[in-house]
Design a protein around this ligand. Structure first.
Ligand code: GLN
Length: 452
């Protein structure tokens, strides 16, 4: 499903008729993959009414969009996939939501995710796992698995996800769609439930490249409510020639032969110089990420204490803290909070957290060196194809390794796009185009070549 196709249908049937049929259809279809956590039917009706007084030339006029359930939509439940927020109703719109509403989009529902965006399969959702639209015995990836699955299954043309260490790109790859992790700061995080604030970014997911670009254009830009957001440099949106592409040897060394062949054959078809580059620190990406991220998680999740938000249980203050958190936070979330408090504690801070910060800088410098030689870098998005439900749930370390190619980019704050490039064993395969800071438009340019 593309924006163009929906626009034509709306023109033919009119908004009201379109949504009458669409809502019935999408609710039925969703049962097959469980990508939506819940639908926002009242909001849909309200939006359609409002759209009657608005210009049809709005870029997303009447277009259905799915929103990951860690992005706040005023008056709508926002659970972040957690039981602790099961009863939490958002009191304001995230900046990205304000922007898409102004563009005429219709928010159809909130999508499933790993609890507080911690995971790579949606199996950490406190509600239910989402299924891969290409093979229902497999995971859709995560943590934005719900958003990627509903786009991959053709239930909506576009969706919003969030990416801290790969949560847009990896599920996009598993579900055969485009997914962009923007440059850190390119999109406002105001109204995004925080996981690890120095890494979190909201980004678009779409089945069609032009639709993804359109959605990115709408949501990007500086926001006074997020002090880490930045104006997207105008000169960076001007089309520039791409002269060379870098292939990091470290990423392809131990990669599955068939996967490697498929990725390289796709790139070699394009008439652009390919150069080998070396990113010698990215092998420490996982180590570094799984120290910095939990440290930030432990600070951000301290606010779920049973007092200010969501569920509360217990008899006095201390008991409320303990009981609420023990009962309503999931195991993976607890694991990360505990690791985070440990690496920040006196005596261990220097040994773990500080060292990880230095490593983070080294990874960034590595990329900068490579970008002196090439315009863009190509990497696999995931080391494996979509795996079976339950395959990695017992072994968190193995689950963490799914992020091996995505986390270094997040640590460096760089933009990266998953591009669906074909199938292996009837399962989707994606590759990642990585750019330097604010090189999203260069990435899009190269993605266009891959399409043809
Ligand atoms: N899978 C990674 C994790 O579990 C990335 C999550 C994300 O990007 N939100 O941390």
């Amino acid at each position: 499903m593309t924006i163009e196709e929906v626009k034509k249908e709306i023109e033919r049937e009119g908004l009201e008729k379109f949504y009458e049929n669409y809502l019935e259809w999408v609710k039925e279809k969703n049962k097959e993959i469980k990508g939506f956590l819940f639908f926002c039917e009242d909001l849909v009706k309200e939006t359609i009414k409002e759209l009657k007084n608005k210009s049809k030339s709005l870029p997303l006029y009447g277009i259905p969009i799915a929103i990951k359930d860690n992005i706040l939509v005023k008056g709508i439940k926002c659970t972040a996939g957690s039981k602790i927020l099961e009863n939490y109703i958002a009191t304001y719109d995230a900046t990205v939501i304000k922007k898409i509403k102004e563009s005429g989009a219709v928010i159809v529902g909130k999508t499933n995710m790993d609890e507080f965006a911690m995971g790579s399969s949606t199996e950490n959702s406190a509600y239910f796992p989402t299924l891969n639209p290409f093979d229902k015995s497999r995971v859709p990836g995560g943590s934005s698995g719900g958003s990627a699955a509903v786009v991959g299954a053709g239930l909506v043309p576009i969706a919003l996800g969030s990416d801290t260490g790969g949560s847009i790109r990896q599920p996009a790859s598993f579900c055969g769609v485009y997914g962009l992790k923007p440059t850190y700061g390119a999109v406002s995080r105001y109204g995004l439930i925080a996981m690890a604030s120095s890494l979190d970014q909201i980004g678009p997911i779409a089945s069609n490249l032009d639709d993804l670009i359109l959605l990115f254009e709408i949501i990007k830009g500086k926001d006074n409510k997020d002090s880490t957001s930045l104006d997207f440099p105008k000169e960076k949106t001007i089309k520039k020639e791409i002269n060379s592409i870098g292939i990091p040897i470290e990423c392809f060394e131990n990669l599955d032969e068939k996967l490697k062949k498929l990725i390289l054959s796709k790139i070699k078809k394009i008439n652009i110089k390919i150069k080998e580059v070396s990113l010698k620190y990215i092998k420490y990406g996982i180590h570094c990420y799984y120290l910095i991220m939990p440290a930030e998680v432990s600070a951000n999740l301290a606010r779920y204490d049973g007092i200010r938000y969501g569920k509360r249980e217990g008899i006095d203050l201390w008991d409320i803290y303990k009981t609420t958190r023990r009962k309503y936070l999931g195991n993976e979330v607890k694991r990360r909070i505990i690791i985070g408090t440990f690496v920040l504690s006196h005596g261990y801070y220097e040994a773990y957290y500080l060292k990880a910060q230095k490593l983070r800088r080294a990874i960034y410098e590595d990329f900068q060196k490579a970008f002196k030689e090439v315009d863009l870098i190509i990497m696999p998005t995931s080391p494996s194809l979509p795996f079976k439900l339950g395959e990695k749930t017992e072994n968190p370390l193995e689950m963490y390794l799914s992020d091996i190619f995505t986390v270094p980019i997040s640590l460096a704050g760089l933009p990266a796009l998953n591009v669906p490039i074909g199938f292996m064993n009837n399962l989707p395969v994606g590759l990642q185009i990585v750019g330097n800071l604010f090189d999203e438009y260069k990435i899009f340019e190269f993605a266009k070549f891959l399409k043809d």
